[in-house]
Design a binder for this molecule. Sequence first.
Ligand SMILES: Cc1cc2nc3c(=O)[nH]c(=O)nc-3n(C[C@H](O)[C@H](O)[C@H](O)COP(=O)(O)OP(=O)(O)OC[C@H]3O[C@@H](n4cnc5c(N)ncnc54)[C@H](O)[C@@H]3O)c2cc1C
Length: 171
Amino acid sequence: MTHILIIGGGTGGIMTAAQLLKKGNVKVMLLEPAEFHYYQPAWTLVGSNTYNFEKTKRTMASVMPDGVNWIKEFADKFDPANNSVITTAGTEINYDYLVVSPGIKIDPSLVEGLSEAMDKGVVCSNYTGSSTHLGSPKKLQRRHGFIHTTRNTNKMWWRSSKNHVFGGGTL
Ligand SMILES: Cc1cc2nc3c(=O)[nH]c(=O)nc-3n(C[C@H](O)[C@H](O)[C@H](O)COP(=O)(O)OP(=O)(O)OC[C@H]3O[C@@H](n4cnc5c(N)ncnc54)[C@H](O)[C@@H]3O)c2cc1C
């Protein structure tokens, strides 16, 4: 039996686990500390005040495919020479194959003044939703207020020309 370790229980990790289990003769372990999974594409609708943020949230247990060995810990160190990953709790997990799917880290501080503008409520984004690394749902929900209380002001919508999460769900 092949032992597969997946890091991350977002759409990437969950889908990979489900597909691998269909093949059979595999033991799938999935490292994910979060209790909740979010359906991020719907945040575009949340941002435009046409969908409830809470409806994008599911318990991680409810989306975890049957047969997955869910380890509720955070991957901390890779030891590829020994085919192992060590968690922040110090657990060492061995694998035959490793799938790394921890999502991306959104860091507004890399753009000068952006964090301050978001905190002030004059700039907002669909991408700052909620998970262990994406930030606070308040910032996403603040966008409702932004859109609906500034009806008579000029708004600028920005779309990056570079690769990013999903072009259609821009700011
Ligand atoms: C507004 C918006 C609209 C979108 N629209 C679309 C669309 O229409 N179509 C489309 O295809 N895509 C769309 N996307 C993109 C899509 O939702 C994301 O690409 C996808 O959800 C990312 O999944 P992921 O598994 O890579 O990452 P995530 O969902 O971010 O999951 C990563 C998981 O890894 C866990 N993790 C992180 N670090 C560790 C660690 N060290 N150890 C263990 N676990 C860890 C986290 O807790 C998290 O649960 C949209 C995204 C947004 C924000």
